[in-house]
Write a protein that binds this ligand. Structure first.
Ligand SMILES: Cc1ncc(COP(=O)(O)O)c(C=O)c1O
Length: 432
């Protein structure tokens, strides 16, 4: 479900009219619903209740402190991919002991920091990384818990840029090599073989690739767990969301109709996977990012100009690809609604930002209600991989972010001040 809906013709987030947020905080603006975050976390948590499990929210999807505190308060752990992300966990009030550290490029400093903070596991991606972790742990007189990220070579049938579980990708260790890697790692004094991890890709809407991957990896996990005394098996993240049509997903009926159409929900995910995972007898970790936050956030932008060319109707808005790069990066779809519901005639439109790139667009040739200067548009399902990928390209300040809780709301990130963009830059003395 999610908590964005029209009430008497005005788009609301929970009990707050989005227009009132725009008046207070301006645009471009991200708006997050605490109720939706809680609902998504809880749905998954309940579906996995038959298993000893831990949800490690993949904070790369949205690492805003307000979002993270909401999840930490629900008991979530975190999947981190840098020392910076682990520092953020701490700043948000999360527990490093419930964190797994993924990523192919961990530096010595990051490993040391994570060890000092008592990380639950390093999910390792190469043998040189294991050797480095062992070295750092020995220096600190610590034992480092690790899990090998197995690349099961299963095609998740998702967008090429978010497929991670085939031998074309830089992630993980080839399935056939994993046993040998554990055997060699078991000889290292400062390494504890703590589990096994996999992650096959992002935005999966079918459960079948997970089933295939779990079936392929389960026998190996059982053998290695018996050999080395593992505590956990992580099946990664990747649960997809429905981007199209996103507003309809606000209703309970939507979950049912998704199931009928074969789109994976926490219930169908668990129904297929719990029977495969239970006999393994280990704690099961999941690392969802998009599923938790994707539909919990919208991106709001103001129409500046409407420009007609021979071929096109361009709606030019004050948000741009530096705020939300997903359409440019992945050709992704975001439902676009007017904050004031419009039911009249539609017109084929390209909604574009002001950045000087042709790839700066939010939609192309989409039938949208006619809008004009001063209207506001909301791009739905913008909670995941939205603000976190924001940049200052074209010297544009980062957007503000607001968290709504029923009728309460607060800025969880203030709009960036322009001077901050060049704060760390210097003009050399010889140019002065
Ligand atoms: C190791 C790992 N876990 C979890 C995730 C989260 O993926 P998603 O947001 O699709 O759930 C990713 C995404 O890249 C990942 O690489």
């Amino acid at each position: 479900m999610h908590s964005f809906r029209y009430v008497r013709g005005k788009l609301f987030c929970e009990g707050v009219a989005v227009e009132s947020l725009v008046k207070k905080f301006g645009t471009p603006l991200y708006v997050y619903s605490q109720e939706t975050l809680t609902d998504h976390y809880s749905k998954l948590d309940q579906a996995l209740a038959p298993l000893d499990h831990m949800i490690c929210y993949a904070m790369k999807a949205n690492s805003n402190l307000g979002v993270m505190r909401t999840l930490a308060n629900l008991g979530s752990g975190f999947d981190v991919v840098s020392g910076g992300e682990l520092q953020r966990v701490i700043a948000a009030g999360g527990n490093p002991k419930k964190c797994v550290f993924a990523g192919v490029g961990k530096t010595e400093e990051e490993i040391e920091f994570a060890l000092r903070k008592g990380i639950y596991s390093f999910n390792v991606e190469s043998e040189p990384e294991i050797a480095r972790i062992n070295r750092v742990a020995a220096r600190l007189k610590k034992i480092a818990p690790i899990a090998v990220r197995v690349n099961p070579n299963i095609d998740a049938h998702t967008h090429a840029k978010i497929t991670t579980g085939t031998y074309e990708n830089k992630f993980g260790i080839q399935f056939e090599h994993v046993e040998g890697v554990y055997a060699r790692a078991s000889k290292l004094k400062n390494i504890k073989l703590h589990g096994l991890q996999m992650h096959i890709g992002s935005q999966l809407t079918q459960v079948t690739p997970y089933e295939l991957a779990v079936k392929k990896v389960a026998p190996m996990v059982k053998t290695l767990a018996a050999r080395y005394g593992f505590e956990f098996f992580s099946i990664g993240g990747g649960l997809g969301i429905v981007y199209k049509p996103a507003l309809a997903s606000g209703s309970a009926a939507w979950w049912k109709s998704s199931e009928a159409k074969g789109i994976m929900t926490p219930a169908t995910y668990a129904e297929k996977l719990v029977p495969l995972l239970q006999p393994i007898g280990l704690r099961i970790l999941v690392e969802p990012g998009r599923f938790i936050v994707g539909n919990a956030g919208i991106f709001v932008t103001r129409v500046e100009y409407v420009k007609k060319t021979g071929k096109k109707n361009f709606v030019i808005v004050d948000g741009a690809m530096n705020d939300l790069i997903r359409p440019a990066f992945y050709d992704s779809y975001h439902e676009i609604l007017s904050l004031s519901e419009k039911k009249g005639a539609t017109i084929s439109s390209d909604v574009v930002g002001g950045v000087c790139e042709s790839s700066d667009f939010f939609c192309k040739d989409r039938e949208l209600p006619k809008v004009g200067d001063g209207d506001y548009l909301a791009l739905l399902s913008a909670g995941a991989y939205g603000s976190v990928m924001g940049s200052n390209y074209n010297s544009r300040a980062l957007a503000a972010e607001v968290l709504v809780n029923k009728t309460k709301f607060a800025a969880v990130r203030e709009r960036e001040k322009l001077e901050r963009i060049w704060e760390h830059e210097k003009i050399p003395a010889w140019l002065k």
